[in-house]
Write a protein that binds this ligand. Structure first.
Ligand code: AMP
Length: 174
């Protein structure tokens, strides 16, 4: 079966979660299907090619699940971006606006080195605020961003428009 079709079949829509008006894209059925999960990991690695990436930056929390096997198959290291207060050592932090309030994410300030070739990985690109903040954290570390790979892009939220000339690779766009 076509991978894009399989991915769409394995992502479940949960209306009004975590709050009214949000259609939550639940990727757990996809993760539970080894053909779909392996297809996603291989597809991200093949898009860029082994040996082209030094570090995979995964975004808490579902991004971690995808980013770790992607890092392994690239032959790259894994670096977490987490919500404020979760990382134990010194961090860089970025705050961005949400519909209500704001969010702060952090990266260990010594996790990346200048010149590291970095791919950011997450499950869903929605409004783009999280990805933009993660990209800013990578830039502040002096590393080079190769791009952003996501499983699913919600194009009606125009997240891509927030990301300037960042190379955005989505396996499925709705
Ligand atoms: P955003 O900053 O709006 O692009 O949101 C991206 C982050 O929020 C990602 O880490 C996603 O995991 C999560 N997210 C946003 N919207 C959804 C959605 N409709 N379904 C599942 N996850 C979402």
């Amino acid at each position: 079966m076509d991978l894009g079709k399989l991915i769409q079949e394995r992502i479940r829509d949960i209306p009004d979660y975590p709050k009214p008006g949000v259609m939550f894209k639940d990727i757990t059925p996809l993760l539970a299907d080894h053909v779909a999960f392996a297809g996603v990991v291989d597809s991200i690695v093949n898009h860029h090619g082994r040996g082209t990436i030094d570090k995979i930056v995964g975004i808490e929390a579902r991004g971690f699940i995808m980013a770790a096997p992607v890092a392994y198959h690239f032959g790259a290291g894994f670096v977490p971006v987490r919500k404020k207060g979760k990382l134990p050592a010194a961090t860089h932090a970025e705050t961005y606006d949400l519909e209500y309030g704001n969010e702060t994410i952090e990266i260990h300030s010594d996790a990346l080195e200048p010149g590291d070739r970095v791919l950011i990985v997450d499950d869903v690109l929605a409004t783009g605020g999280t990805a933009r903040a993660a990209a800013e954290l990578v830039r502040r570390s002096g590393a080079d961003i190769v791009g952003l790979s996501v499983l699913l892009e919600l194009s009606f939220l125009h997240g891509r428009d927030k990301l300037g000339n960042l190379d955005v690779h989505s396996l499925v766009t709705v």
